[in-house]
Structure formats: structure tokens, C-alpha cells
Ligand binder design. Sequence first.
Ligand SMILES: Cc1cc2nc3c(=O)[nH]c(=O)nc-3n(C[C@H](O)[C@H](O)[C@H](O)COP(=O)(O)O)c2cc1C
Length: 167
Amino acid sequence: MSFKEIKPSDINSSVFTDIGSKWMLISAQKPDGSINTMTASWGTMGVLWNKNIFVCFVRPQRFTHEFTEASDRISISFFGEEYHEALTVCGRKSGRDCDKIKLAGLTPFTTENGVGFNEAERIIYGKKIYVGKLDPKCFLSDDIEKHYNNDYHTVYICEIEKIEEKE
Ligand SMILES: Cc1cc2nc3c(=O)[nH]c(=O)nc-3n(C[C@H](O)[C@H](O)[C@H](O)COP(=O)(O)O)c2cc1C
């Protein structure tokens, strides 16, 4: 599997389709070398503080949360439609209970920039630059709270350090 590095401005697909419809994997590695990943369909990317960034949202009860908290780096990986089932597995099973990456048929690898997958079409590696918890006192729309059971997402804003795309 070979990847080429691209710039953020080279991304020519829709973030709404890529994240909202096709989904992504949020991955991180603990200092002991262990990794975990989970499916996400909420998130965004853009520009903030003169940096290219992505933002992802992880609920505190996710096993992945331990990893995103313990690591300086988080990656988001995007896959072709043929991996939709694999992403369903990673969004239904917890790495706490099983080796879901193997169950999903995915092959992870780690680099100094973070966790990637051989099967991914694009991997965006980020460095955490802001971490916070969503505060329900700040919800201005009545239809937000229904998404929660006191498990407000941790928000990670990550500076994009590298993007790899399948050649
Ligand atoms: C389509 C889809 C989108 C999801 N989006 C998110 C998300 O943005 N944030 C989140 O915390 N959980 C999200 N989840 C739930 C996690 O992927 C799921 O709970 C997963 O099993 C967590 O795995 P873990 O315990 O190994 O971290 C989503 C699940 C699916 C199927």
C-alpha cells in the first residue's frame, strides 16, 4: 500500500460527504504503544488561529477517549465505500471487549505522526492544540440536549501536520 503526501488545499472532496455520509475513524496511540480507533460521523475541518485544523468529538465513555486523552496526536482516516461495513464494526464494537480492528479486517500502522490504516484512502494526522468539554449551558438550540445523557463530548481541535492519500 503506498501513500503520497498532499496539502490540505489539495483535498477536493466534500467534508459533508466525507464525514457525514462516508464516516471516518478517529485513532490514537497510548504511550505504551497500544492503539484504538472508533467510527465518527460528526466533526469538521477548516482554518483556525492561522492553522489548518480538524475538530473531532469523542464521548467520555468511549474506550478511544482513553487514547485521545493520553496522546498528543489524533488521526482521522477515510475509506472507500467498500469499507463501510468495517466502519460499522468499529462504530458498534468497543476495543475494550475485542480486537475490533482485526474483526473489521483493517490493517493499522503507526508513524511518528499517528495511527494509519493500509486500507484508508486518506489519513489526516493531527496534533492536539485545544481540548475541551462541551458545556450544556452554552447550548442555544433546544434540540441539542436530546443527544446526551450527561455524556457531553470532549472536543479536540487538532492542527493538521500531515495528510496522506492512497496513490
Ligand atoms: C456512524 C457512527 C458515527 C459515530 N460518531 C461518533 C462520534 O462522532 N463521537 C463519538 O463519541 N462516538 C461516535 N460513534 C460511536 C462510537 O464509534 C462507538 O461507540 C464505538 O463502539 C466506540 O468504540 P470504543 O469503545 O472502542 O472507543 C459513532 C458510531 C457510528 C456507527
